[in-house]
Every structure is written in structure tokens, then in C-alpha cells.
Write a new protein. Sequence first.
Length: 126
Amino acid sequence: MGITYIEGTVRGPAAKESKVRFLVDSGAVYSLLPHAVWIAIGLEPNREETFHLADGTPVRRKVSECLVTLQQGEGHTPVVLGEPGDDVALLGVVTLEILGLVFNPFSRTLQPMRALLLAANRGDFR
């Protein structure tokens, strides 16, 4: 559930970029870019997926990838390509994880995640 906004930049394949005000939405899997934003930065859909709205209604949306830059870092991430009327940019959990961030709902801030790495070469998998 989104309860705070964060400023960022999104960049498409031809280095066109746009400033975006993201609603941090810990209930969204993928980030979503409004129609005008993804058109402006030159994104093209590369697949289509079914998503479920909060009320359970399934919707089909096209998906692409772009570079997202926040104050805390940047990374390439999948993004849902919003349709006309999808006017709010959402920052979803996959993008947060790619950037190594978690949302703290108490302080309404993004914080570095505690990353764990299992030492597979220690012979623990027998």
C-alpha cells in the first residue's frame, strides 16, 4: 500500500529520460509508468502479463524495462506500461529489491535492505 512519494528519473533505450514522482506501493509487484512518461522516453513493450487489482479484477498490461534512478541508487527494472488514465507512477517491490531497498512504513522512508548471501561453496548442499 502506497503512503509516500519519492522523486526519481526513468531512462529509456535512446537515453531519453524523464523526472517522475513515484508513489511507493509495497503492494505492487512491478513499478508502473504513466502512459505519457513511457512514450516520452521511448519504451516499447516486450511482453504482456495479467495483473490483479486490489479488488481482484484481472487486467492485461504491457511490460517493458527501463533504468530507474533514485537518490539511493539506480538499476534496470521491469515496468508496467500504463494506459491512458493510469496517471500515477508506482514504485513496486521488484524495483525496490533490484535497488537493494526496503520501505519502512513507520518512518515512510526507503532504507537499505539487509542482504543475505549463502556461501554455497562451503558444502552445505548435500
